[in-house]
Structure formats: structure tokens, C-alpha cells
Design a protein around this ligand. Structure first.
Ligand SMILES: Cc1cc2nc3c(=O)[nH]c(=O)nc-3n(C[C@H](O)[C@H](O)[C@H](O)COP(=O)(O)O)c2cc1C
Length: 323
């Protein structure tokens, strides 16, 4: 059963695996696309060590895009933001155009002018998936006006950098659906078919999923991280302030320290310095160093009960769309 998302992206099921720093690679992304969804490379896809320059980051992404093309003939996507250095976004966009990526994730963040970025992607026939850091009707309408093909509405239940506004996924989505004509996908906390059904009942036309794909055989996340995801529920998660807003983590020694800093009144910037400076996400999630890292996941972990294949996750979440 095809819908507008499937038609726009040329995919079988209206599901996107969202970009995730460090924990994607060509094999994982191709598995999602081969299962009928849209796989998306994330920052530092396929890498295990820190970059030394923006040139290296862009070149890494080009290599991973090329590798993904050898593993699937289906569409896949990549993000335009792959570093805190925003000065090279246009070079990244140019590379993705040269490599003929089907769709690009355009993140709405302060300090980035979306006008030339979306215009260039559209001129080159690339689909634009817009996701604001915090979902607002105004940002969604602006992105639609600029030519975005799909809007992702992100709720506070998501894994990774959560939105600034503490509005849950099922409270935010209809607000965005009502504001635009292009299709909207919901991100944040979707990890089983009930979440998919609820998203569609609220007007979403697709789901944008991260955490549920972490607990898969193909995910490059450390095996212990996958097992911890299966064993924990949302009520176990810690949350702390950082920049730009908050992060959640399955409790680790390091996340417990960050929570303590927060309780003792450290500034957002101080907590961010310790977290990002220490490469906390990479250390725990990719390297398996649980003492010195955080395991950022969404509230949907409650519904993840086993480590499965990417195809099993897609088939399960998309069971209402199978012929
Ligand atoms: C480990 C992890 C890393 C993430 N890194 C990024 C990122 O680099 N860029 C981005 O746009 N979103 C990032 N996200 C957010 C996801 O793309 C997606 O919006 C989110 O996972 C959806 O919520 P869910 O995890 O509850 O399914 C990350 C999410 C996770 C879990």
C-alpha cells in the first residue's frame, strides 16, 4: 500500500531510519533500504576514529555513500550537517549532489540559511526531508515554501538531541500536520506497530525512527548497548540538561555524573563541554566504553524486546502496509 511518502521517495514503506551520529554505516543503511524503507547515513558513518579536518569528514561521507550504492539499488539518504562546523555545509551538499543521493536530510538549526541549500538540492532533483531541531508550524511552513518535500515533526520522546520544547511526539505531530500541505512524518518514540498506528491516526503519513533500529544485528552499535536497550524501559532513563536542550541516557557511570552536575547547578555549557568534549556518544554506543559514555535512546525502548534483523523491524512496524 503506497502513500505520498512512498511516491516521493520511491520506496515501498513509509518509514525512514533517521541519521544517527557514529552508529550508522553502509551495510546498515543498505539493509533498511533493501527492506523497503529509506536508510539514512549519519555523521561519521562507518568510522571508528575521530576526524582531523572537515575535508576528511566530507571525504568519509563520500566513501560511505559510494559503498552504500554497491550494497543497494534502492534509494537512500544522507544529512547535510555532519559536524558542528557549519561553514562547509555547501561543500557537503555539492558532494551529495555529485554522488546522486536520492534524498537529503535538511536540519533546521540556528545560524544556517536554508534558502540556497534547499534551492540547490531541488534544482538537482534531490528530495528534501526537513527536520527542525524543535518542531514548530512556522519552521515547517517556511521549509515547505522553500521547497521541502517532506517535513519531519519531532517530539520530546526521541533519542539523540531532543527538542527544546518539552512536547511529546503525540502532542506535536498534528500541530505540524495542520500547518502544511506536504506530508509529515513523526519522529520520537516509535518502536512498535501501535506507535505507527497512533502516528497515522494523528495525521502523519510516515514514521522516522532511530532507536528501534539500534537494536538490530546490522546496527554498528556495540553489542552491550543493544542488550541494554532490550533490558531497559523508558522509566529507567536518565535525563540531563546540555546544549542545545537535553539528552537522555540509559544509566552509565558517565551519565550519572552528568545528571549530578545538572542537579548541582552546572550550566548547560559546562555539561555540554564534558559530554561532547569527551565524545560521550561515540565512546559508549560505538566503542562500548560504558564508564565514559552515554547511551542515548528514545522513550520507545520500552517496546524493544529482542535484537532483531533490520528487515524484521521494518516488517513489524510496517505490517499494515504489506500487501
Ligand atoms: C544515537 C543517536 C544519534 C543521533 N544522531 C543524530 C544526528 O547526528 N543527526 C540528526 O539529525 N539526528 C540524530 N538523531 C536523531 C534521529 O535521527 C531520530 O530523529 C530519532 O532517533 C527519532 O527518535 P527515536 O530514537 O525515538 O526513534 C540521533 C538519534 C540517536 C538515537
Amino acid at each position: 500500500m503506497q502513500n505520498r511518502i512512498c511516491e516521493i521517495l520511491g520506496i515501498q514503506y513509509p518509514i525512514i531510519q533517521g541519521a544517527m551520529s557514529w552508529v550508522t554505516n553502509a551495510e546498515f543503511v543498505a539493509a533498511v533500504s533493501n527492506a523497503g524503507g529509506l536508510g539514512m547515513l549519519g555523521p561519521f558513518a562507518g568510522r571508528r576514529h575521530n576526524p582531523t579536518s572537515m575535508d576528511e569528514i566530507i571525504d568519509w561521507m563520500r566513501q560511505e555513500v559510494r559503498k552504500t550504492k554497491t550494497l543497494t539499488d534502492k534509494p537512500f539518504a544522507a544529512p547535510m550537517i555532519v559536524s558542528y562546523d557549519f561553514s562547509r555545509i555547501m561543500d557537503m551538499v555539492d558532494m551529495l549532489i555529485e554522488e546522486g543521493v536520492a534524498a537529503v536530510l535538511v536540519n533546521g538549526v540556528d545560524g544556517v540559511d536554508l534558502v540556497p541549500i534547499i534551492a540547490k538540492l531541488k534544482q538537482n532533483g534531490i528530495k528534501v526531508i526537513f527536520r527542525g531541531a524543535t518542531a514548530t508550524p512556522e519552521d515547517a511552513q517556511n521549509a515547505e515554501r522553500l521547497g521541502a518535500d517532506i517535513i519531519v515533526a519531532t517530539g520530546f520522546d526521541e533519542g539523540g538531541t531532543v527538542p527544546e520544547k518539552i512536547i511529546g511526539s503525540f502532542s506535536v505531530v498534528s500541530h505540524i500536520v495542520d500547518a502544511v500541505n506536504v506530508p509529515v512524518m513523526l519522529a520520537g518514540g516509535i518502536a512498535d506497530v501501535r506507535g505507527v498506528r497512533a502516528s497515522f491516526a494523528l495525521g502523519a503519513e510516515g514514521v522516522y525512527v532511530g532507536t528501534a533500529f539500534l537494536a538490530t544485528h546490522e546496527s554498528p552499535a556495540d553489542q552491550r548497548v543493544k542488550e541494554l536497550i532490550v533490558r531497559h524501559t523508558a522509566s529507567d532513563l536518565q535525563i540531563f540538561r546540555t546544549t542545545p536542550a537535553y539528552y537522555r541516557s540509559i544509566p552509565t557511570a558517565f551519565s550519572t555524573e552528568l545528571v549530578k552536575m545538572d542537579e548541582q547547578g552546572a550550566s548547560r555549557e559546562e555539561i555540554a563541554q564534558k559530554m561532547y568534549g569527551g565524545q560521550a556518544l561515540k565512546k559508549a554506543m560505538l566503542d562500548g566504553d560504558l564508564d565514559n559514555g552515554i547511551i542515548t535512546v528514545g522513550n520507545g525502548i520500552t517496546y524493544i524486546h529482542a535484537i532483531r534483523s533490520v528487515k524484521e523491524v521494518v516488517d513489524d512496524l510496517m505490517q499494515d502496509f504489506r500487501e
